[in-house]
Design a protein around this ligand. Structure first.
Ligand code: IPE
Ligand code: IPE
Ligand code: MG
Length: 236
């Protein structure tokens, strides 16, 4: 890597295009998700090896419940499989895994597996890896507002003390820096409810590559483009 090359500290990825990848091959959509899960494993390794501190991936949105029942249950089972198969890698490589999103609507089994891996990998200091599952940015802000309203109601907070920092600290991503770079695969120019508060000043990179075709070379390409961006944060 070049001398002045900056590795983004926090990378977000909207892993999109699994269904189209499968369709192109005459396969069922679920085959695309299976392949996408393998690519996620490799991407976690690449990010860790390249020195990313925080990786946050969008795996299942609050809107994805609208999909056919069979696809939804496949995605939930895939998460269980992923947790079981990645536990050792994450522990051995000091990666701590966290889930961001709502737990409402998820069954007890999956919630206990999420909690198990969060605890088991909790000491990992090399990279914080967050999976946004049953995640929606609007729901996250709504949940945060409810927490804050409760504090005001019970008298421990004054409305005039509500500031941006307090709101950030009431989101699922509390204690995490905002993402520097958000990558979306499959060529869609939208954020689909991903990190809408945190991404206010993120750099966005969109590639036509479908998620199951994504790889380390593509990741480095995104980092190179990120290095050409002039981040002004409203300054000059
Ligand atoms: C992304 O791929 C995975 C999830 C949203 C769970 P899609 O399933 O959205 O794939 P496309 O966009 O239909 O190709
Ligand atoms: C966004 O992809 C959600 C995930 C990648 C998990 P979608 O495929 O659900 O988003 P839209 O429907 O194209 O906006
Ligand atoms: Mg999609």
């Amino acid at each position: 890597m070049l001398k002045d090359f900056i590795i983004p500290k926090h990378v977000g990825i909207i892993m999109d295009g699994n269904g189209r990848w499968a369709k192109k091959r005459g396969l069922l959509r679920i085959n695309g998700h299976k392949e996408g899960m393998l690519v996620l494993k490799k991407t976690v390794e690449s990010c860790k090896n390249l020195g990313v501190d925080y990786l946050t991936v969008y795996a299942f949105s609050t809107e994805n419940w609208k999909r056919p029942k069979l696809e939804v249950s496949f995605l939930l089972n895939l998460l269980k499989y992923y947790i079981n198969s990645e536990l050792n890698y994450l522990k051995e490589n000091n990666v701590s895994l966290k889930f961001i999103g709502s737990r409402i609507g998820l069954d007890k089994k999956i919630i206990s597996m999420m909690e198990m891996i969060e605890t088991e990998t909790g000491n990992g200091k090399d990279m914080v890896f967050s999976i946004a599952f049953n995640y929606g940015g609007r729901m996250e802000i709504t949940d945060g507002v409810k927490n804050i309203a409760q504090l005001v109601k019970n008298g421990s907070l004054l409305p005039e003390d509500i500031d941006e920092e307090l709101i950030s600290n009431n989101l699922y991503t509390k204690n995490m820096p905002d993402p520097d770079l958000i990558i979306r695969t499959s060529g869609e120019f939208r954020i689909s409810n991903f990190l809408i508060w945190q991404g206010a000043y993120s750099e966005y990179y969109i590639t036509d590559t479908l998620w199951p075709d994504f790889n380390e070379e593509e990741l480095i390409k995104a980092f190179k483009v990120y290095n050409t961006r002039n981040r002004r944060f409203g300054g000059v």
